[in-house]
Design a protein around this ligand. Structure first.
Ligand code: AMP
Ligand code: GLY
Length: 427
């Protein structure tokens, strides 16, 4: 099989790493990829939302399977584009169509979906520019903290959690007046949930489903979960508190009704479902859906999958997922993200990265890296806020983290920052 992975982050490097291990893999391409993905395939210089060039490459490279990494091409309709083009009708796609992708693209849509199908989620109401006053009255009737969410995609920045009522009212107004651009044309206000978060991943062909290992992500930039939200600073899988009984509740109350909901609503969904959950006194409550794998969660979830991932992805595309079984490594995987100084605020790019060749036992997943063009060949340089995820497997979390942190010391670039306390709340 010739496979094309769309995207350029640590998640896509992890997908490439797994797919390249498959005996079914003929040629693997990553568009656009990063400086790590050429270890497993060939980078193509195409923007995943440039459908015209995408089609050209799919035909030229005789691609049989497209695996969509990030949400943007899904929300832009890449799956519908491929599936409706008569030249591409034999190409399999892992990633939902535009309608399914709305579960991530619109919080209001996702909340309505959950309400319609009886899936536990925080109570909410949605407001727009014409209902600011109603929104403020709604806030009056809630208790602090107040949770305000821009309806649309806002690069992980569209959620505000505020303790002060008048500040919450002001931010509601700011959001509806364009603070997050079009993403904030509608704002969801919801009840605050108190508990521990975790992420559950499901792969579905629209009919049957497979539950992947769960993971916990560390979103804040600072130690002890302080400071600004990021795309994710590290992750751990499995999550110790997600034992059999809790995961059974997740499957019965959330996963099954979600897949059934797709069928009832006529949402054709072949791909990953990322369910962001809060464990509230032992009960799982959905915070959000994403329509893709998580990043950096992929960097711990995928290394724990011992089955042939490509075989499973092909079966997903072909609607034969029920024939497959997933085998999981019982060990714990951890990942720690190395980021550029200043991230998630402003940061510089193009810093030379050294020491990668000294990494032992750990797996280096490139995220925001690229090839520089100085005179000593083509050094690997930083090319984003989140630069490299260092993952490891160990008999327990402490062991895995030890391997991550030992190897992190060997990797150097100007401004390198990472959290030294990944997993701190799980010991
Ligand atoms: P989201 O983009 O929906 O994942 O929200 C970003 C983060 O805000 C989540 O990972 C949670 O930590 C937090 N969050 C979102 N909704 C709630 C809620 N209803 N109660 C408490 N925390 C929340
Ligand atoms: N790590 C969170 C996400 O991928 O959305």
């Amino acid at each position: 099989m010739n496979t094309l992975i769309l995207g350029s982050g640590g998640r896509e490097h992890a997908l490439a790493y797994k797919i390249a291990q498959s005996p079914l893999n003929d040629n693997l391409y990553i568009a656009p990829g990063n400086a790590g993905t050429p270890d497993h395939g060939i980078n193509l210089d195409i923007n995943p939302t440039d459908f015209v060039n995408l089609k050209k490459s799919i035909l030229e490279k005789k691609i049989g399977l497209v695996v969509v990494g990030p949400e943007a091409p899904l929300v832009a309709g890449v799956t519908d584009f491929i599936e409706s083009d008569s030249d591409l009708k034999n190409v399999l796609v892992v990633g939902p169509g535009k309608l399914g992708a709305t579960l991530e693209g619109s919080k209001d849509f996702a909340k309505e979906f959950m309400y319609r199908h009886g899936i536990p989620t925080a109570a909410y109401k949605c407001f727009d520019k014409n209902s600011i006053e109603e929104g403020k009255k709604f806030l009056d009737n809630l208790n602090a903290p107040y949770v305000l969410k821009a309806d649309g995609l806002a690069a992980g920045k569209g959620v505000l959690i505020l303790n002060d009522l008048s500040e919450a009212k002001q931010e509601l107004e700011n959001m509806l007046n364009g603070k997050f651009g079009k993403a904030g044309d509608k704002v969801v206000i919801e009840e605050f949930l108190s508990g521990i978060e975790l992420s559950v991943f499901v792969l579905t062909d629209g009919d049957s489903y497979m539950i992947l290992p769960e993971a916990k992500d560390y979103k804040r930039i600072g130690e002890g979960d302080s400071g600004l939200n990021t795309g994710g600073m590290g992750a751990v899988s499995p999550v110790p508190f997600a034992k059999g009984a809790f995961l059974k509740k997740v499957e019965e109350r959330i996963v099954k009704p979600t897949i059934e909901g797709f069928k009832k609503d006529g949402i054709a969904y072949k791909g990953f479902v990322f369910i962001g959950l809060m464990n509230v006194n032992g009960d799982p409550i959905v915070i959000e859906y994403n329509v893709r794998m998580g990043d950096p969660e992929s960097e711990v979830v995928l290394p724990r999958i011992t089955s042939d991932l490509l075989e499973v992805l092909i079966a997903t595309g072909e609607g034969r997922l029920s024939e497959k079984k997933l085998e999981i490594d019982e060990r714990t995987a951890t990942t720690v993200m190395l980021v550029s100084g200043g991230y998630p605020g402003d940061y510089q790019k193009g810093k030379v990265i050294t020491g990668l060749e000294g990494v032992e036992e750990a797996i280096v997943f490139h995220a925001g890296t690229g090839f520089g063009s100085t005179n000593n060949g083509k050094p690997i340089v930083t090319n984003g806020g989140r630069v490299i995820a260092v993952s490891a497997l160990g008999i327990n979390m402490e062991e895995a983290l030890k391997i991550c942190y030992l190897n992190i010391e060997k990797i150097k670039f100007e401004g390198k920052y990472f959290r030294k306390d990944i997993g701190f709340d799980l010991v």
